[in-house]
Design a protein around this ligand. Structure first.
Ligand code: UDP
Length: 232
């Protein structure tokens, strides 16, 4: 199969069907815009499994998305989309760059979820932008942003419930959208401990990529813990 794109954690291949791609999940982990790098054994398998479960749940709740099916330990079949170069971030609890930028302690509950958009551009370090910048840069129209925010809000509600049922606090997460061959905007990319902050509800133990970013150890065990809680 022809390699269409290789990212930091995944490879994307063209399949025989023009409108379908195969996504391969690697064990590579990067942080701080690629400055910190490592291999985390079995991360690819775990993220493929976790993201497949979450996308299946979102499909069952009528969120239009690119996921078709998991085809092997590390591979998924997905609809081909043109990725909109925006990282859409949702925050339910203060953490990470928000805590740093506004000097607010991590762990503070956010009453009205905060939505942020970043321009997906490695050279610029994915800068935080607003809707007007996104329109200026022709990344999306105002109408498209409206539909992206509506879908994002629905996804947040669904994911909060999904994780809460297994004792996990959904602190924040990043999602990406793409346009399918008919121009419809659908959820794409992955949803996994690489792209979400997931804390144990009782102990606030971090079960996500912060274990890698902050050298907390037991990374694979944390991802496995998430998988074990959601697999049924
Ligand atoms: N995130 C991501 N990819 C990125 C940047 C952020 O998946 O390139 C996720 C991150 O895992 C967290 C949320 O988006 O769940 C908010 O990240 P934040 O802005 O706090 O950035 P960070 O602390 O990772 O620099």
């Amino acid at each position: 199969m022809k390699l269409l794109y290789e990212g930091k954690a995944k490879k994307v291949y063209q399949t025989e069907n023009d409108q379908e791609i195969m996504v391969y999940y690697k064990d590579d982990a990067t942080a701080f815009n690629g400055i910190k790098k490592a291999q985390i054994v079995d991360k690819g398998e775990l993220n493929n499994a976790i993201s497949s479960i979450i996308f299946t749940y979102l499909t069952e709740h009528n969120i239009p998305n690119h996921f078709i099916k998991k085809i092997s330990e590390r591979e998924q079949l997905c609809k081909k989309v043109a990725i909109i170069p925006l990282e859409v971030i949702v925050r339910n609890v203060v953490a990470g760059s928000l805590a740093k930028r506004l000097q607010i302690p991590e762990g503070q509950i956010i009453e009205h979820p905060v939505y942020e958009i970043c321009y997906k551009n490695d050279e610029l370090g994915d800068p935080l932008i607003n809707d007007h910048h996104a329109v200026m840069l022709k990344l999306a129209t105002y109408d498209e942003l409206k539909s992206i925010y509506q879908m994002t809000k629905d996804i947040n509600h669904l994911l909060i419930t999904f994780f809460d049922q297994v004792g996990i606090l959904l602190v924040d997460f990043k999602i990406e959208f793409g346009k399918d061959h008919e121009g419809h905007i659908i959820l794409a990319d992955e949803i996994s401990p690489d792209t979400c902050r997931l804390w144990d509800k009782e102990t606030h133990e971090r079960l996500d990529k912060d274990r890698f970013r902050r050298d907390l150890g037991s990374i694979k065990e944390a991802y496995q813990n998430i998988y074990d809680r959601i697999k049924n």
